[in-house]
Design a protein around this ligand. Structure first.
Ligand SMILES: CC(C)(COP(=O)(O)OP(=O)(O)OC[C@H]1O[C@@H](n2cnc3c(N)ncnc32)[C@H](O)[C@@H]1OP(=O)(O)O)[C@@H](O)C(=O)NCCC(=O)NCCS
Length: 309
């Protein structure tokens, strides 16, 4: 019998090797193995990136290594244990080291770190992830769709007027931070990731090269924020993203989401984006209907597996 693949805690000096492995896996699989959140948390471990007080507490980072060569990283898993009883993570093995037991070893270590149920994202719904999940007895519990539509110069976008008493403006970094975080938490109260965003999560995005307040729309009524549409365009990219769109629970169902969506799409078209995409939970029927009505169609699927119960 072959010995179990060694797994150890990540060191700051491993970050570059893990990022290279993540890029190699993305090229091989046609989809990146980490979410934006996961990639930001990984990068925050690199010595030059550490901002005191902003390292996510309770996030465990582990690597698998080659037998007899602890410096050679073959795989990586990240587990967020900050919410008691609801650990979640992402796992990737280098394409050059697959089918050697690294995935199984990392999954075992991640389950031990979780100490209870563990949710794992598999991006792209690929056969190796399905096979590993089946072999390890994980259940498929959630789906996230990537939806996309063409944009371009001739794109037809419906007119959209805010409801009476509601005005649109753009985000002011600093001044709007606290009110936006409160609105985001209310709009995504039932969302396991988005609804938990902290000041540190917001500031990390504001420091990203893509951050542009001119593409971050707010709806205001009676002096309070009631909705938002934050768009995102990576520098040099012609694909825009509906990054986060939310409406205050008391204002839902009155067409404000559609108005905000269209305002963002117009902005992305004016910036020259040829395509726009977004991620939406498969069971969020209202959002899927809104986006389908605006010409979006499903382009890819991410799957969440769950273990431990
Ligand atoms: C999924 C992934 C992590 C598997 O890593 P791995 O190191 O190749 O997996 P292991 O060698 O530990 O395989 C463990 C078991 O999973 C199953 N398995 C894994 N890959 C498989 C494949 N390509 N075909 C069939 N079965 C597979 C097998 O049952 C295997 O046991 P066996 O080798 O005794 O038959 C790797 O393919 C990967 O990084 N994929 C991209 C990222 C991803 O999808 N992550 C989400 C994981 S839930």
């Amino acid at each position: 019998m072959t010995a179990a693949v060694p797994v150890r805690a990540v060191a700051a000096a491993d970050v570059a090797a893990v990022e290279a492995l993540v890029a190699e896996a993305a090229a091989e699989d046609g989809t990146g193995p980490l979410s934006e959140d996961g990639a930001l948390r990984l990068r925050a471990l690199a010595p030059a990136e550490v901002v005191p007080g902003e390292l996510a507490a309770g996030v465990v980072h582990l690597v698998s290594t080659a037998h007899g060569a602890p410096g050679t990283v073959t795989g990586y898993v990240q587990v967020d244990t900050s919410a008691p009883g609801d650990a979640s993570g992402e796992l990737v093995v280098s394409p050059r080291h697959r089918r050697g037991g690294a995935g199984r070893a990392l999954l075992g270590a991640a389950r031990a770190a979780a100490g209870g149920p563990l949710r794992l994202w598999a991006h792209g719904d690929l056969p190796p992830a399905r096979a590993l999940a089946a072999a390890a007895g994980l259940r498929r519990v959630r789906e996230l769709s990537r939806m996309a539509r063409p944009l371009g110069a001739g794109a037809q976008l419906p007119p959209a007027e805010p409801p009476a008493g509601t005005a649109l403006r753009t985000f002011r970094p600093g001044a709007d931070d606290a009110a936006w975080l409160a609105l985001n938490a209310a709009a995504f109260a039932h969302h396991p990731e988005q609804g938990r965003w902290s000041t540190a999560d917001l500031l990390a995005r504001q420091r990203e090269p893509w951050f542009d307040p001119a593409g971050f729309f707010l709806a205001e009524a009676d002096g309070a924020l009631v909705g938002f549409h934050w768009t995102k365009v990576e520098p040099g990219s012609r694909t825009g993203e509906v990054y986060v769109l939310g409406v205050a629970p008391g204002r839902a169902g009155r067409g404000l989401g559609r108005v905000l969506a269209v305002a963002g799409l117009r902005h992305l078209a004016a910036r020259g984006c040829a395509e726009v995409d977004l991620y939406v939970d498969g069971d969020n029927a209202a959002a899927v209907r809104l986006y389908s009505g605006l010409g979006f169609a499903r382009a890819a699927l991410d799957v969440q597996y769950r273990s431990g119960d």
